[in-house]
Design a protein around this ligand. Structure first.
Ligand code: ADP
Ligand code: ZN
Ligand code: ZN
Length: 827
């Protein structure tokens, strides 16, 4: 028998291996196996089993890595879809579905051969060594065995394979391939247990009796017995010896009496990410929520694929609807998955799910340790955790009987993985997974992405709306401040006079304030500091990118270019350069202006440490400080009733990004930020500072007019052929050599153009190639190509073909090419 094994290599079809006789009949689809690959040993996944094979020279698989298959048929199918849609190999897609620590790989070890053992069959003349080989032998002189990675480091060269194999053929060194250590293992813990313990009064009486006899013999043993009785009959060995100072010899003595035994149990690593905020009280849904829930219940009963989009303003009770829907799913003995965009949101939402579903909830996200993730993953697979709350990759959680998937804040770009492959969007994979499982899927957001909203309009999703906040609180009043006017009035600070006086007011009243700065500032465009003017591409409606090398402004979609002006074309100011302040700078300035105010900053720097998020948010929730200054992290999901003012330092940082979604992003951001104000009894207020007070995105955000924004934006998208009216495929080329990058991008583009013509795909638009918006990162020049198409599968398969040809041409891999299907972030 033969198996087809998918390996996590780019552009690789599954390889065929023979099943060795001792494993005959024991292999199944979904097994994780070790297989030889050229001179290495790697992890792969069984995706096919066949009786015959027409491949010559088939090698045998080495061993399965687990006693059971890790992937169900459904997961194999889902991964296959991911690989086809997002243009990667099946193995790469499967790799993404596992905790990364489960991918074993061999490492190469080398050692100098002891003299006299050298193979004599080699003629002396052929033993001439290259200078590189001589250096290798020199560092191996001490006879120690070394890893390949050590050699590369020591010699500061890569690509030693050829020389090493040559050296081994010449009998100078020995090479060994050994499996690397697994990144994680099942952890065991030694437990001390009372034998046959039960806590009936009878049994306890007997134990007390035994204890009083023991007391005379050994105080230490008696103390230990008491501890065990008090702790339901068992305690970890470690706790007894370290915390309670019971010695190992006392424990062994006690074991001899026959009262206790030592057992090893699987230990589950779990970190507590829930915030310790006040308990959530039970709620009964209001009419609007009830109606949506009825819809969902009906779908759950039918057990057919049913997608919902819940569009509900912040605080309208969406999460409560998810909770009730999950209750239904659990009643039917099925499982539910909740995806949340970022860890900063996870903590608050997890505490709500924990409050409702207790021990049934597991979480999966990248901030957990490898061990915690692995253990949670296994418990989900065993059916012990029917509810999982997790970030992006949790969409691949190993459920066996999935009934519902919720994607909260479905519009958020962090659902998209940009690197490495698979470059998938977890929201779209979630919809596909629901389809494969005949399950329900709920996408929820206060500001749905245009793609999802369009899908709902087209009848692909059932649109549900929650138009009011739960307690009918009004949406906050939004004041738009014109920064150009502030500058004219001589105020050069980042706080407008309006925002500054409102801040003072809230401080006096003891209320709380959020100040928000979009730190994704983009320093490679030019913006007038006086009037806010920015140059845009006349064809693509995106901001032009500034190139210092030739003082040009370029469009990174279509490569339109012009000379950068010296003076502002609109107001003739010479202050026509970009400047931006970070959160830290703002915090410093604030401290000067409001020396008595208590404030904290929340951004990447202050939340690096595990638990820092939790602490900051808990403290803010308990009103330990009044002003929270932060980046994106503070805009979503948080629910603090005493926040009555939200300030947006600059709405323009988003609008100026050279991305066709810049308006959508800005609108979403402003709506989310506004949603943070006035969640309690008092009404909230929002101040938005901008150079574009007349821009419709800002005006419509200020008046909370979602429908109108969507309509207008969809019109524009249609006109320019952007999503949702076309799919986009972004191809990025990068290399140390600018010449090679441009040449590669240009030839790729013309080959693609030809193959598009040959299959008569009329509606495919190729934009560029052009320099990427960040045209040089870490010494790598980057160019890109943008493809617009309605027919994604046809075009990706054309691209796959070009990439394969390129690979087969055995060109040196000097230009890296990555393909991103449906990119969410164009930078
Ligand atoms: P969203 O997810 O739309 O932001 P939530 O579900 O978090 O809204 O609801 C906002 C607040 O209102 C939460 O504190 C929640 O506990 C409360 N809430 C939700 N639904 C109800 C209800 N039917 N009755 C009373 N309170 C509710
Ligand atoms: Zn100007
Ligand atoms: Zn353009």
């Amino acid at each position: 028998m033969f198996v087809q094994v998918a390996l996590a290599l780019p552009l690789s079809e599954p390889f065929t291996y023979r099943i060795p006789s001792h494993l005959e009949g024991k292999m199944d689809l979904g097994f994780r196996v070790l297989v030889p690959l050229r001179k290495k040993i790697v992890t792969g996944f069984v995706v096919g089993i066949t009786a015959t094979s027409n491949v010559s020279n088939v090698k045998e698989i080495i061993d399965p890595l687990d006693p059971y298959p890790l992937f169900s048929g459904e997961m194999l199918e889902l991964a296959k879809w991911v690989s086809e849609y997002y243009l990667c190999s099946w193995g790469e897609a499967l790799r993404a579905a596992l905790p990364s620590e489960l991918m074993l790989k061999s490492e190469m070890y080398v050692k100098k051969r002891v003299k006299g053992q050298a193979s004599e069959s080699y003629p002396e003349s052929a033993k001439k060594l290259s200078p590189k080989q001589k250096r290798i032998l020199e560092v191996l002189q001490d006879g120690k065995e070394r890893k390949l990675s050590w050699l590369s480091r020591t010699l500061k060269v890569k690509g030693l394979y050829a020389d090493l194999y040559d050296l081994s053929k010449k009998g100078e060194i020995e090479i060994d391939q050994r499996l690397g250590k697994p990144g994680v293992r099942i952890q065991h813990e030694k437990m001390v247990k009372l034998k046959n313990f039960d806590d009936t009064e009878e049994n306890l009486e007997l134990l007390r009796l035994a204890n009083s006899a023991l007391k005379k013999k050994s105080r230490a043993q008696s103390k230990c017995l008491e501890l065990l009785i008090d702790n339901k009959g068992e305690l970890p060995w470690k706790i007894l010896t370290s915390q309670h100072k019971v010695s190992a010899s006392s424990l062994k003595g006690l074991e001899k009496t026959g009262l206790i035994e030592f057992v090893s149990v699987e230990k589950i690593r779990e970190s507590d990410w829930a915030l310790d905020l006040p308990e959530t009280r039970p709620v009964s849904l209001n009419e609007d929520q009830e109606e949506i829930l009825e819809n969902i219940k009906e779908a759950l009963d039918k057990q057919v694929y049913s997608p919902f989009l819940i569009h509900g303003v912040t605080g309208s009770g969406k999460t409560q609807v998810y909770i009730e829907a999950i209750r239904e799913v659990l009643k039917d003995g099925k499982q539910a998955l909740i995806l949340v965009p970022e860890i900063s949101l996870t903590s608050q939402i997890i505490s709500r799910f924990k409050a409702n579903f207790g021990e049934k909830v597991g979480c999966l996200h990248s901030r957990m340790s490898a061990g915690e993730r692995f253990d949670t993953w296994r418990r989900v697979r065993n059916g012990e955790l029917p509810v999982v709350v997790g970030a992006r990759s949790a969409v691949f959680s190993p459920f066996q009987n999935l009934g519902l998937i919720v994607v909260d804040e479905e519009h958020v770009p962090s659902y998209k993985q940009d690197d490495p492959a698979p470059r998938y969007n977890a929201r779209d994979v979630a919809v596909m997974r629901a389809k494969l499982n005949d399950a329900a899927v709920i996408l929820g957001s206060a500001t749905p992405g245009l793609e999802s909203y369009h899908n709902a309009q087209q009848g692909k999703y059932v649109l549900c709306q929650l138009k009011e906040r739960v307690e009918k609180q009004k949406l906050p009043h939004v004041k738009v401040v014109d920064l150009a006017q502030e500058r004219k009035n001589g105020n050069m600070s980042f706080l407008s006079s309006d925002l500054s006086s409102l801040l003072q007011d809230r401080m006096d009243k003891g209320e709380q304030v959020l100040l928000f700065l979009n730190r994704r500032g983009f320093s490679t465009f030019v913006k007038c500091q006086d009037c806010g003017y920015v140059e845009k591409c006349p064809r693509c409606d995106i901001t032009l990118t500034f190139h210092r090398t030739d003082f040009s402004l370029r469009c990174h979609y279509c490569n339109y270019q012009k000379k950068a002006p010296d003076l502002c074309p609109k107001c003739e100011s010479y202050r026509f350069t970009y400047r931006g302040a970070g959160t830290q700078k703002i915090e410093e300035e604030l401290k000067k202006s409001f020396p008595k105010a208590l404030m904290e900053r929340m951004d990447l720097d202050t939340t690096l440490k595990k638990g820092a998020h939790k602490r900051l948010l808990s403290d803010f929730g308990r009103k330990k400080f009044g002003i929270l200054v932060g980046t994106q992290m503070i805009t979503k999901g948080l629910d603090f009733p005493d926040v009555t003012l939200v300030g947006v330092i600059s709405a323009d940082l988003g609008l100026d990004l050279p991305d066709f979604r810049s308006k959508e992003r800005t609108f979403q951001l402003l709506a989310q930020v506004a949603g943070r104000a006035g969640r309690g009894k008092r009404e909230g207020e929002v101040v938005v500072q901008t150079y574009y007070p007349k821009e419709w995105t800002i005006k419509l955000a200020a008046s909370h007019d979602f429908e109108k924004f969507y309509r207008k934006e969809l019109e524009q998208r249609e006109e320019l052929g952007y999503p949702p009216f076309n799919h986009l495929i972004l191809v990025v080329f990068s290399s140390k050599s600018l010449r090679r990058v441009t040449a590669c991008a240009q030839s790729f583009s013309s080959v693609l153009e030809r193959s598009v013509k040959s299959v008569k795909q009329k509606s495919v638009g190729i934009l560029g190639p052009a320099p990427a918006p960040l045209s040089k990162i870490k010494n790598q020049h980057r160019w890109q190509l943008l493809v617009k198409t309605k027919n994604i599968i046809t075009v990706t398969s054309l691209i796959r073909k070009i990439l394969e040809d390129e690979k087969n041409a055995k060109k040196k891999k000097e230009v890296r090419i990555t393909v991103n299907v449906d990119p969410m972030d164009m930078l």
